[in-house]
Design a binder for this molecule. Structure first.
Ligand code: ACO
Length: 279
């Protein structure tokens, strides 16, 4: 599959990892309507790309994402309802629907500034890894709006209530280390080690069965909105479905290797996957 070229998005593929890069470094990767359209298209393509085993979302240059482009996304569309609606649709579509349902594992690699609307794509990814030096801020309050789009919903789900309320109402910034401390990201590393550590996590994920990873992430996301009987029923059905869609037959492979061959212990690593079977 050829990799498409976009005006505001860069795609780089290496060893099963696809790097999806918000690419407006001069504007600190603030999200213009064009960036939303480009991302929406890019994610639709990558979702069915056999080369993409893990997707890493990051930003070009010094920033991860400085939020919505205040000039192009907001002011330029103030009196243009059709353009505003189109941009808003693409904005929500890629940052939440496409990313949170992406078939392969996703990692937000927060390399620098992450403000306002940029929080949504961090929350949509399955994992987030920040540079210690990254700077996060819900700056909306500082210029007279509330965390809209779905940012307030994202914060309410991802942060504890006290931290969410504090950062949304004060607009105080926090760095990568603090983001790790309050559970907004999984890990924080010095910037010099950020890419290397991200690749390590991606490689660990690539050792597992892609179908099992996909069904597991879908299950964890879905059960958050269910009660216990609904979750039990859903998980039974999902488990049955996984056995049909898993081309590697991971369940039988795992049992065989543990019980018959005694060649591995599931408590300490992945079973040996058959070679070259794309999901
Ligand atoms: N919207 C539009 N343009 C932006 C944005 C943005 N969100 N963020 C940065 N830019 C532009 C600047 O206007 C500037 O453009 P120019 O070179 O044409 O003057 C360029 O990016 C560089 O910005 P600087 O402020 O010069 O860069 P610096 O590295 O000093 O600061 C920072 C970066 C901290 C990100 C700062 O630009 C900033 O505070 N941006 C706004 C962040 C914000 O509040 N985002 C939330 C938006 S609201 C929402 O998402 C719902």
């Amino acid at each position: 599959m050829t990799t498409k070229k976009y005006e505001t998005v860069l795609i780089e593929k290496q060893d099963g990892i696809t790097w999806l890069i918000m690419n407006r470094p001069d504007k600190r990767n603030a999200m213009s309507p064009q960036l939303h359209l480009d991302m929406d298209d890019a994610l639709a393509e990558l979702a069915v790309d056999p080369q993409t085993q893990v997707l890493v979302l990051t930003g070009a240059g010094e920033a991860f994402c400085a939020g919505q482009d205040i000039k192009l996304y907001f002011r330029a569309n103030d009196d243009a309802p059709a353009a505003r609606a189109k941009a808003r649709h693409a904005s929500n579509q890629w940052r939440w629907q496409r990313l949170s349902t992406f078939p392969q594992p996703t990692i937000a690699m927060v390399n620098g500034y992450c403000f306002g609307g940029g929080f949504t794509q961090v929350c949509a990814c399955d994992f987030a890894i920040a540079a210690d030096e990254a700077l996060f801020g819900l700056s909306e309050v500082n210029w007279g709006i509330l965390p809209g789009g779905i940012v307030s919903w994202n914060i309410a789900q991802t942060l504890n209530f006290r931290d969410g309320m504090y950062y949304a109402l004060t607009g105080d910034t926090f760095d990568g280390k603090k983001a790790k401390e309050i559970g907004f990201v999984n890990f924080s590393y010095p910037k010099a080690k950020l890419k290397e550590e991200t690749i390590k996590l991606a490689k660990k994920l690539m050792e597992k069965s892609p179908a099992v990873l996909r069904y597991t992430k879908e299950a964890l996301r879905a059960v958050r909105f269910m009660n216990e009987p609904q979750a039990a029923d859903y998980l039974n059905a999902k488990s049955e479905a996984l056995r049909f869609v898993d081309r590697e037959d991971s369940r039988s492979q795992g049992m065989k290797q543990f019980l018959d061959e005694k060649s591995y212990r599931p408590g300490f690593g992945a079973f040996k996957r058959p070679k070259a079977t794309p999901a």
